[in-house]
Design a protein around this ligand. Structure first.
Ligand code: SME
Length: 161
């Protein structure tokens, strides 16, 4: 499998979101872009902080997924609670991992923090153990920093949904 060019992916993400202020439209296309460009992934998408310390399913590509994840639960909730990118080589070794799709074996979750608030997480799954390396975690975290620069003010009003 070839090493992903995250500088190119970032440039593509910037290009497809340029001039579009709608956050959901942009997150939808970013999930489609990353799902399409990365090899060997079976789920790419977002969970958004919609209620107090609760992540709710957002735009994604892949199979039907869990709807709500509390901060601190599973890989996504751990990324949200600790505000650190989670690189999990085998999800079955991760205590409390939430299995949405039994085909998923490796995962990266990048927390998204805007104005000191965790506004959501960016989640990627692969069917292959050890699919993600530190290169992927670093590149996806960099993409996360770009995603944080989008127009998140649109979502804040709908907290407590
Ligand atoms: N496996 C995740 C749940 C979300 S799905 O992978 C889409 C977790 O443990 O948080």
């Amino acid at each position: 499998m070839s090493k992903t060019d995250y500088d190119l992916l970032l440039a593509q993400a910037e290009a497809i979101t340029s001039g579009e202020p709608d956050l959901i439209a942009n997150l939808s296309n970013i999930s489609a872009l990353v799902y399409d460009q990365l090899e060997d992934v079976n789920w790419v998408g977002f969970y958004l902080t919609r209620a107090s310390e609760t992540l709710v399913l957002g735009p994604f590509q892949g199979k039907v997924a869990c709807l709500r994840i509390a901060f601190g639960k599973g890989v996504c909730g751990t990324a949200a609670a600790t505000r650190t990118t989670q690189l999990v080589r085998d999800v079955h070794e991760f205590p409390g991992h939430i299995a949405c799709d039994s085909a998923s074996n490796a995962e990266v979750v990048v927390p998204l923090v805007v104005d000191q608030q965790v506004v959501g997480v960016f989640d990627l799954d692969s069917p292959t153990v050890d699919r993600f390396t530190q290169h992927d975690a670093d590149g996806l975290s960099k993409l996360g920093r770009f995603i944080e620069s989008l127009n998140w003010s649109q979502l804040r009003w709908s907290e407590n949904v």
